[in-house]
Write a protein that binds this ligand. Structure first.
Ligand SMILES: [Mg+2]
Length: 411
C-alpha cells in the first residue's frame, strides 16, 4: 500500500506556530502586491474568502481586506520538512518527497514490522502532531494516483483509505480534472465529448482516447481504470535528482537568481551525497513570466557529488545562456543526472574519505557568495539568514520574495 502524506497549509501553519494570535484570522504567506507578488499558501480561513496559492496578492487583498500577509521563511520550512521526513523514515525507507510538505511512502514491506498501512499512517499523523504541532492529511491506496487524490479529498485534517476493491467506486464519481495531467485544454476537449466524470471517461474505448490525445489518452484511460504502475521512487534509486523553485514574484535580479541557484545546487548536492550518487550532467531550467521554458546542460569529465564543481557549471550555464533583460523569471531549477552505473562510488577518494572537505567546500562557497552579494543580500533588511544546517542549507529569503520548492527525480 502507498501512503500520500500532505501537510495542511504548510507554510502558513508553520508561521502560525510562532504567531498564535493569528490562528483564527485569515493569513497567507506571499509576495507583496507592489512587486506583482502571488500567494504561496493560505490558511483555511483565508481560503473561505477565495484566497489560494498562485493567486495575485493584489487580488487576494481585494477579496479579503483583513488578510495578514507574511513573507516566506524558506529556511524554516526546509528545516521542519527534514523533521517530517525523519518521522516518515521511522516506518519505511521508501519515501518519495514531492516538495517540502508532501511525500509518497511505500509501506508494503513495513507492515509486518509496524502493522497495517492504516496503523502506520495513524502513527505518522500522531507523531507529526505531537512533535511538530502540525497537521498532515493522509491518503492510503494501492497506487500513487489514488493515494494522492485520497489525501486531497479528506483535507483539512484528512485520513482517507481506499482499499483495492474500493478503487473504482472511489474514482468513478470524481470529475476528470482530478486526474494528473488533465489541464484546461484536455478538460474542454472532454467536455465537448460530454465527459465530465472519471466513470464516463473509462467507458470510452482506449483507442478513441489515443486517437484524441495520443499517448496521454491511454494514460488517462489507465488512470480512470485505477491502473497506475508507477512505483514510489526514492532518491537512492533515482537516475537524476533535481530541485526547482517557483517564485512568488517574477524576478529579473540576476544576483538574487544566482543566490537561489546556489541554494538549489546545495540542496541537490546534499541529496546526491546522502545517497552516494555521483553525476556528470548538470542542467539548469528556467521558466519566464510568459511560461516559456528553457533548459541548458553541460557534462563534466569527473562525476561528482560536491557542491563546488556543480555550482561552477550552474553559474556558467546561467551566466552564458540565460537572459533576463526582456523577461523576468518565475522558476529556476537545477538537475544532476548521468550517474555512474555502478552507483555508490566516490568521485575522488578525498571526497569519500574526508566528508569534512565537502562541508568546508560548502562553507567556502556560501561565504564567497555572501561576500560577493553581501551588499545586496545580507544587508537588505537582514532578510537573508545564514543558517547552515547539517546539509549546507541556508535561508535565501529576501525582499519578501518567496517561493515554493519542489523535489524532483526520475527513474
Ligand atoms: Mg500541502
Amino acid at each position: 500500500m502507498i501512503i500520500h502524506a500532505d501537510m495542511d497549509a504548510y507554510y502558513v501553519s508553520v508561521e502560525l506556530l510562532d504567531k498564535p494570535e493569528l490562528v483564527d484570522k485569515p493569513v497567507a504567506v506571499g509576495g507583496p502586491s507592489k512587486n506583482r507578488g502571488v500567494i504561496s499558501a493560505a490558511n483555511y480561513i483565508a481560503r473561505k474568502y477565495g484566497v489560494h496559492s498562485a493567486l495575485a496578492t493584489k487580488t487576494a487583498c481585494q477579496r479579503c481586506p483583513n488578510l495578514t500577509l507574511l513573507p516566506a521563511r524558506m529556511g524554516v520550512y526546509v528545516d521542519i520538512s527534514r523533521k517530517i521526513q525523519a518521522i516518515f523514515a521511522r516506518y519505511t525507507p521508501t519515501i518519495e518527497p514531492l516538495s517540502l510538505d508532501e511525500a509518497f511512502l511505500d509501506v508494503s514491506a513495513s507492515q509486518k514490522l509496524f502493522g497495517s498501512a492504516n496503523v502506520i499512517a495513524r502513527n505518522i499523523k500522531q507523531a507529526i502532531m505531537a512533535e511538530l504541532k502540525l497537521v498532515v492529511s493522509i491518503g492510503i491506496a494501492p497506487t500513487k494516483f489514488v493515494a494522492k487524490i485520497a489525501s486531497d479529498i479528506g483535507k483539512p485534517n484528512g485520513f482517507v483509505i481506499v482499499k483495492k476493491n474500493q478503487v473504482q467506486a472511489f474514482l468513478d464519481p470524481l470529475p476528470v480534472t482530478r486526474i494528473w495531467g488533465v489541464g484546461k485544454a484536455t478538460e474542454s476537449n472532454l467536455t465537448t465529448l460530454g465527459i465530465k466524470s472519471i466513470h464516463q471517461l473509462r467507458q470510452l474505448p482506449p483507442k478513441k482516447l489515443t486517437h484524441l490525445f495520443g499517448q496521454q489518452g491511454l494514460h488517462l484511460w489507465q488512470l480512470a481504470n485505477g491502473i497506475d504502475p508507477r512505483a514510489v521512487i526514492t532518491d537512492r534509486h533515482a537516475k537524476s535528482i533535481s530541485h526547482e523553485i517557483t517564485f512568488a514574484t517574477d524576478i529579473d535580479n540576476r544576483e538574487y537568481l544566482l543566490a537561489q541557484l546556489l541554494h538549489l545546487t546545495e540542496l541537490v548536492a546534499a541529496r546526491l551525497r546522502e545517497h552516494k550518487h555521483v553525476g556528470r550532467t548538470i542542467t539548469i531550467k528556467v521558466r519566464y513570466s510568459d511560461f516559456s521554458t528553457l533548459t541548458r546542460s553541460r557534462s563534466i569529465h569527473n562525476a561528482t557529488y560536491n557542491t563546488q564543481p556543480i555550482w561552477k557549471v550552474v553559474k556558467e550555464l546561467f551566466t552564458t545562456h540565460i537572459k533576463t533583460n526582456h523577461q523576468a523569471l518565475r522558476l529556476v531549477g537545477v538537475n544532476v543526472s548521468g550517474f555512474n552505473k555502478q552507483g555508490h562510488q566516490s568521485p575522488q577518494q578525498t571526497d569519500l574519505f574526508e566528508p569534512q572537505e565537502n562541508e568546508t567546500g560548502i562553507d567556502a562557497i556560501t561565504d564567497a557568495i555572501n561576500k560577493r552579494f553581501g551588499e545586496n543580500i545580507l544587508k537588505r533588511g537582514a532578510t537573508i539568514k545564514k543558517t547552515i544546517g547539517p546539509r549546507g542549507v541556508y535561508d535565501v529569503d529576501l525582499h519578501g520574495y518567496h517561493s515554493r520548492i519542489k523535489y524532483t527525480r526520475s527513474d
